[in-house]
Design a protein around this ligand. Structure first.
Ligand code: GPV
Length: 815
C-alpha cells in the first residue's frame, strides 16, 4: 500500500511528462499520458520491488510457457489503493483515467485457461505475501487477434509491442543469460577429474524483462521475468569460448541472428494440443535454462549452501512445457557444482513440483529422442540416465513389463514428458477434485499406485480482485455495503451474503446491477456489430477456447432446436434469450474453425428472421480475451459449462461467472462438480452423462450416434440443417461438422447429451420468469464462490507443496 496526495501526484506527473517527453501535458497524446502514469507508478513501487528475499525465506519460482496477464493499470491502482487520488489528480489535469485504462494494450501471452491461471497465481502470491515469481517468454507476437470474414475466423498478428517496449516492463541487460543449443559433448580429464565439455554449441542470449506484480495493499511486489531471445551482444559478459564460430560470411551471420531471434518470436496458438515442433522445444529449453541459471546465479550471489537448495528454493512447473527444468537443474548440479549423481538427484526431486492440466492424450508432450539429442545433447544424456535409473528401480519392484513400458520415460523413440515430471518431482497435482481422481484412478494409475504420497489435488481459483472487484465495481459496492470490506482479503466472508437471500431489496438491487452490466455489453455489441440485443433478455454466455470437447456445438444444436420450435409454434411462450459466444480456434484446428463458421451462419439466419424477433438473438463476439471477458462475464445470466464429462480438467470461467452471479448450466465435469457440492442441484442446472458413463462408453463402446439420429427426429432435423441448405451461406463447413457427428460417431457425445440439455435449458427458462427465485439463486452463487479465489488455491500450494516441512509453512497453515 502506498499513499500519495492528489497535489503531489500532479506535480510528479507533470515533471515526469517533462523528463520523458519534454512537453506540456495538454499537448501530449493519450499514449504518452499512459506512459507517464505507468512510469510514475513504477517509481512509487521501486523501493518495494526488491530483487530478492532468498536469504531470508524460501522462494517460489513458477515456470509457465504462458502468462495471460490482461491489462495492468486498473489492477495495479486497485492493489496499491491509489485509484481515487490518481483519478482526481488526472481529472484536474484534464485527463480521464478510464480512457487511459481502456487504451492500455492487453498482453496476450497465453492461449486460455492455463495461461490465465498462471496470471491469477502471480496476483495471489503477491497478495498473500508470498515471495513467488514467474518465469516465462516475452513473445514478440502474442496470441493472434481474431477477425471474422464472411463468418470465418481470420488470424491477424498480435503486434502488441508497437512502441518497442511494454508499459510495465524493465529490461535488465546486466542480467542476461547464455543458453546453449546443439553442439558436441565430451568428457575430458582436467586435473584428474572428468569434466563435461560442451563444444560448438550455438549461443543464444536470454534478455530478462521484468514486470512488477503488485500485492493487494500489502507492500509485496514480486516479479514476472520474461525472457527475450537475442544474438549475444558484443559486451555480453559470459564466456562463449567453446561456441560455434560465426565469423564467416555475412549470410551466415544473418542466419545466426535469425536463429536466435526466432525463439521468442511468437506464442504457439494451440490450446490443450501438442504439435511437436522443433521451435517449440527450443522455446521450452530457452526459458527453462535461462530461469534455472538465473536462480542458480542468485543463489550463489547470496553465498548459500548448494546442498540445501531445496530448502530455499521451490520450482513449480505449469504442465510439462517447462519439464526440462529437471535435466537443466541436474546439469548445473552435476557439471558446474560437481555434485554426485545421487546428491544432485536428491536435491532436484525435492525442489521441483508439477501440475498436470489435462487427461487428453492429444495434449501430452512426447518429444522424439532424435530431436532432443541433436538440439540439446547434454540435456538428453541426463534424461537418458534418469530413465535408465528409473527403469532399474521399476524392474526391481515390478515384473509386469507392460506396466514398466507405460511408466518408462523413454519409449518407442519418444520422451514422455509427463512421465519425466512425475518421476522427478516430489509433488504431482491435478486442478480439480474430479480431475485428480481421474489421474489417480485412470490416466496415471501406475504412478499413483507406485508413489501415492506424491499425488494431491489443488482445485484452481481466480483472482477475485480482477474478476469481481475490478470487473464488477457495482456488485462489489453492494457486497461491501451489506457485509463490510473484509471479503476483499478473505473471500470466505462472502458467505455472509446468504443472510440476505430473502431480502427483496437486496435481490432487486442485484437484478438492477446485472441489468446495468448487460446494458454496457449491449452497447458494445451495438457499436461493434450493429446488432440490437435486449438487456431484458436472458444473456446466455459461452466464452472459452473453441474445442470439440467444450461442445459449443451442443449449445448451437439447442439454439437450432429452439429456433425450429418457435417457427412451428409462433405463439409459444418463451423467455427472450440472447446467446453469446466468444472463442478463438487454433489456426490449424479445422473442425473448430468450421464450428465457428456454422455458429456465425446460424447467427445470421436467426438475427435476420423477423419471425423470431424479440425472442432469439445469437451474437458471436470476435477476439475473445481477458479484456472482453471483463466486460462479458459480469453481464451474464447463464454460464455455459457443458464440456463432455471427464474432459475439462477444471475450467476457470465457471468460477468467474459464479462469482458474478450467473447461474451455471453444467455437466458434472471439472470444477463444476465442486460448484455443485457447494450449492446443490437446486442452485444450478445439471444435465448429461456422468463420468462413469463416459468412461464406460470409452472402454466398452456401445454408443452409436447414427442410431440416435434416426430415432430422434427433432435431432435429425437440426443435424440435417447442416447439410441441406437450410442455413444460408454455409458450404463444406456444415458437412465437416455433420461428419464429426454422424460419420465419425460423435466423439464428444453431443447428440447423446442434446436431449437432456434441452430439458435443463427449458427448466432454466421457466425459472427466469420468477424474478426473485432467480435472483436468490444468483445471490447464493455469489455467496458460495469465495472458495474459488486463487488466494485459497495459492495458500494450499504453499501449505501442502512448496513450504511443506518449512518454518514459513505456519503462515500458510491458517486456512
Ligand atoms: I494441457 N488447459 C489449457 O488451457 N491449455 C492447455 O494446454 C492445457 C490445459 C486448461 C484446462 O483445459 C482447463 O480445464 C483448466 O482449467 C486450465 O488448464 C487451468 O488448469
Amino acid at each position: 500500500m502506498i499513499t500519495i496526495s492528489k497535489r503531489k501526484f500532479k506535480q510528479y506527473f507533470e515533471s515526469k511528462m517533462y523528463s520523458l517527453y519534454a512537453q506540456p501535458i495538454n499537448e501530449a497524446s493519450n499514449e504518452q499520458h499512459l506512459n507517464v502514469l505507468a512510469s510514475v507508478l513504477k517509481d512509487l513501487i521501486a523501493k518495494k520491488w526488491v530483487d530478492t528475499k532468498i536469504d531470508t525465506e524460501k522462494e517460489v519460482y513458477y515456470f509457465s510457457i504462458e502468462f495471460l496477464l490482461g491489462r495492468q493499470l486498473k489492477s495495479n491502482l486497485l492493489n496499491l489503493g491509489v485509484e481515487n487520488s490518481i483519478r482526481e489528480g488526472l481529472k484536474e489535469l484534464g485527463i480521464n483515467l478510464d480512457d487511459l485504462i481502456q487504451s492500455e494494450v492487453d498482453p496476450a501471452l497465453g492461449n486460455g485457461g492455463l495461461g490465465r491461471l498462471a496470471a491469477c497465481f502471480l496476483d495471489s502470491m503477491a497478495s498473500v505475501g508470498m515471495s513467488g515469481h514467474g518465469y516465462g517468454i516475452r513473445y514478440k507476437y502474442g496470441l493472434f487477434k481474431q477477425k471474422f470474414v464472411n463468418g470465418c475466423q481470420v488470424e491477424v498478428p498480435d503486434n502488441w509491442l508497437t512502441q518497442g517496449n511494454y508499459l510495465w516492463e524493465v529490461v535488465r541487460p546486466n542480467k542476461a543469460i547464455l543458453v546453449k543449443f546443439e553442439g558436441d559433448v565430451y568428457l575430458e580429464e582436467h586435473d584428474g577429474n572428468l569434466k563435461v565439455i560442451h563444444k560448438n554449441y550455438i549461443p543464444v542470449m536470454a534478455m530478462p524483462y521484468d514486470i512488477p506484480i503488485i500485492g493487494y495493499r500489502n507492500n509485496s511486489v514480486n516479479t514476472l521475468r520474461l525472457w527475450k531471445s537475442e544474438i549475444p551482444r558484443r559486451d555480453f559478459g559470459q564466456t562463449t569460448a567453446n561456441a560455434k564460430n560465426y565469423s564467416g560470411s555475412y549470410e551466415e551471420a544473418l542466419n545466426y541472428k535469425y536463429y536466435t531471434e526466432e525463439i521468442s518470436q511468437v506464442l504457439y496458438p494451440n490450446d490443450s494440443n501438442y504439435a511437436g515442433r522443433l521451435l517449440r522445444l527450443k522455446q521450452e529449453y530457452f526459458f527453462v535454462s535461462a530461469g534455472i541459471q538465473d536462480i542458480y546465479r542468485k543463489y550463489k550471489k547470496h553465498k548459500l549452501n548448494i546442498h540445501e537448495l531445496h530448502k530455499k528454493v521451490a520450482i513449480h512447473i505449469n504442465d510439462t512445457h517447462p519439464a526440462l527444468c529437471v535435466p537443466e537443474l541436474m546439469r548445473i548440479l552435476l557439471d558446474i557444482e560437481g555434485l554426485s549423481w545421487d546428491e544432485a538427484w536428491n536435491i532436484t526431486i525435492n525442489t521441483i513440483s508439477y501440475t498436470n492440466h489435462t487427461i487428453m492424450a492429444e495434449a501430452m508432450e512426447k518429444w522424439p529422442v532424435e530431436m532432443m539429442k541433436k538440439l540439446l545433447p547434454r540435456i538428453y544424456m541426463i534424461v537418458e540416465e534418469i530413465n535408465k535409473r528409473y527403469l532399474s528401480y521399476l524392474n526391481s519392484k515390478y515384473s509386469d513389463q507392460n506396466k514398466i513400458r507405460r511408466m518408462s520415460i523413454i519409449n518407442n523413440g519418444n520422451i514422455n514428458m509427463a512421465n519425466l515430471c512425475i518421476a522427478s518431482s516430489y509433488s504431482v497435482n491435478g486442478v480439480a477434485k474430479l480431475h485428480t481422481t481421474l489421474l489417480e484412478k485412470e490416466v496415471l494409475k501406475d504412478f499413483y499406485d507406485d508413489t501415492p504420497y506424491k499425488f494431491n489435488n489443488k482445485t484452481n481459483g481466480i483472482a477475485h480482485r480482477r474478476w469481481l472487484m475490478s470487473a464488477n465495481p457495482e456488485l462489489s459496492g453492494l457486497i461491501t455495503n451489506l457485509i463490510g470490506e473484509e471479503w476483499k482479503t478473505d473471500t470466505f466472508k462472502l458467505k455472509e451474503l446468504e443472510n440476505y437471500k430473502n431480502d427483496n431489496h437486496v435481490l432487486d438491487r442485484l437484478d438492477e446491477i446485472k441489468y446495468n452490466n448487460k446494458v454496457l455489453l449491449s452497447n458494445y455489441i451495438m457499436d461493434k456489430y450493429d446488432i440490437d440485443v435486449d438487456p431484458n433478455s436472458i444473456f446466455d454466455v459461452q466464452v472459452k477456447r473453441l474445442h470439440a470437447y467444450k461442445r459449443q456445438l451442443l449449445n448451437l444444436i439447442n439454439i437450432m432446436t429452439l429456433y425450429h420450435k418457435i417457427l412451428d409454434n409462433p405463439d409459444m411462450d418463451i423467455e427472450p434469450r440472447t446467446f453469446i459466444f466468444g472463442a478463438k480456434a487454433a489456426p490449424g484446428y479445422y473442425l473448430a474453425k468450421c464450428i465457428i463458421k456454422v455458429i456465425n451462419s446460424v447467427a445470421d439466419l436467426i438475427n435476420n428472421d423477423p419471425r423470431v424477433r424479440g425472442k432469439l438473438k445469437v451474437v458471436f463476439i470476435e477476439n475473445y480475451g481477458v479484456s472482453l471477458a471483463e466486460l462479458i462475464i459480469p453481464a451474464a445470466n447463464v454460464s455455459e459449462q457443458i464440456s463432455t464429462t471427464t474432459k475439462e480438467a477444471s475450467g476457470t470461467s465457471n468460477m468467474k461467472f459464479m462469482m458474478n452471479g450467473a447461474i451455471t448450466m453444467a455437466t458434472l465435469d471439472g470444477a463444476n462438480v465442486e460448484i455443485h457440492e457447494l450449492i446443490g442441484k437446486e442452485n444450478m442446472f445439471l444435465f448429461g452423462l456422468t463420468a462413469e458413463e463416459v468412461l464406460n462408453y470409452n472402454k466398452n463402446g456401445g454408443y452409436s450416434s447414427i442410431d440416435l439420429y434416426h430415432t430422434d427426429l427433432g435431432l435429425k432435423q437440426v443435424v440435417d440443417d447442416l447439410i441441406n441448405g437450410f442455413i444460408p451461406n454455409l458450404g463444406k463447413e456444415g458437412r465437416e461438422v455433420y461428419d464429426s457427428l454422424i460419420t465419425y460417431n460423435d466423439e464428444y457425445f453431443v447428440l447423446r447429451d442434446a436431449k437432456d440439455y434441452e430439458r435443463a435449458q427449458r427448466e432454466l427458462s421457466e425459472l427466469y420468469k420468477k424474478k426473485y427465485d432467480w435472483n436468490r439463486m444468483s445471490l447464493i452463487n455469489i455467496a458460495n464462490s469465495g472458495v474459488f479465489s486463487s488466494d485459497r488455491t495459492i495458500k494450499e500450494y504453499g501449505r501442502d507443496i512448496w513450504f511443506r516441512g518449512c518454518e514459513i509453512n505456519e503462515e500458510f497453515n491458517k486456512l
